[in-house]
Design a protein around this ligand. Structure first.
Ligand SMILES: [Zn+2]
Length: 182
C-alpha cells in the first residue's frame, strides 16, 4: 500500500494549476500511478474521485467513484480509472454540491453539466466512449478539470457558494460561508 501526499490549496496551488500531459500507453508505470491513486483515495475515505495532479503527477489519469442514484440519494461506487479522458459533449448545466480533497473541510455549490459524453481508455488500455449523467457527470467533470489545472473554486457563481460545515448548538450541521483569500 502506497499512499501519496495530496497537494493542498493554496500552499501548493502552482502544482495544482499545472496542466497534465497525455498518457502514451497504459504500461507498468501508469498502472503503478493508478494503484497509488487508489490507495491514497481509500486512505481518505470521504473522497469520490482523485486526479493524478493532486498527487503531483502531471499525467492524464483520474479515478472516479461512479455511483448509482436511488431514492436515498447518490451512492458512490468503487473507484474506476479513466486515462486520457476527453469530454466530447456536455449539456444540462446546473448547480450541485462540490468538494475536493485538495481543499479539506471546504464545500461549495458549483455549476457543471449533468450530462457528459467522455472518450478515453480504461486501465487495461481499452478505449471507451461513455455517457455520465446526474452526479456522476459532476464527479467526472470535476476530475477532468484537474487535468487542465482547473479547480472547483473556479466554478463558483458567487463567493457565498463556498462554505464549511459546522455543528450548531442544537447539534445540527449548518453551512458557514467561507471567504477564500486569493
Ligand atoms: Zn478535486
Amino acid at each position: 500500500m502506497t499512499t501519496r501526499k495530496i497537494l493542498i490549496y493554496p500552499e501548493q496551488q502552482d502544482e495544482l494549476r499545472k496542466p497534465s500531459t497525455s498518457v502514451d500507453a497504459v504500461n507498468r508505470p501508469v498502472r503503478r500511478i493508478i494503484r497509488d491513486l487508489r490507495d491514497t483515495l481509500e486512505a481518505h475515505g470521504n473522497g469520490v474521485g482523485l486526479a493524478a495532479p493532486q498527487i503531483n503527477i502531471h499525467q492524464n489519469i483520474v479515478l472516479v467513484c461512479v455511483g448509482t442514484e436511488s431514492e436515498g440519494g447518490w451512492q458512490a461506487g468503487p473507484p474506476r480509472a479513466l486515462i486520457n479522458p476527453q469530454i466530447t459533449l456536455e449539456r444540462d448545466e446546473r448547480k450541485d454540491f462540490d468538494g475536493c480533497l485538495s481543499f479539506p473541510g471546504l464545500y461549495g455549490e458549483t455549476i457543471r453539466p449533468h450530462y457528459i459524453q467522455v472518450v478515453g481508455q480504461d486501465e487495461n488500455g481499452q478505449a471507451f466512449d461513455e455517457i455520465f449523467e446526474g452526479f456522476n457527470a459532476v464527479v467526472v467533470h470535476h476530475e477532468i478539470d484537474h487535468l487542465k489545472g482547473v479547480l472547483f473554486i473556479d466554478r463558483l457563481q458567487t463567493v457565498e457558494d463556498l462554505y464549511t460545515l459546522q455543528e450548531n448548538e442544537r447539534g445540527e450541521i449548518t453551512k458557514v460561508p467561507f471567504y477564500l483569500k486569493r
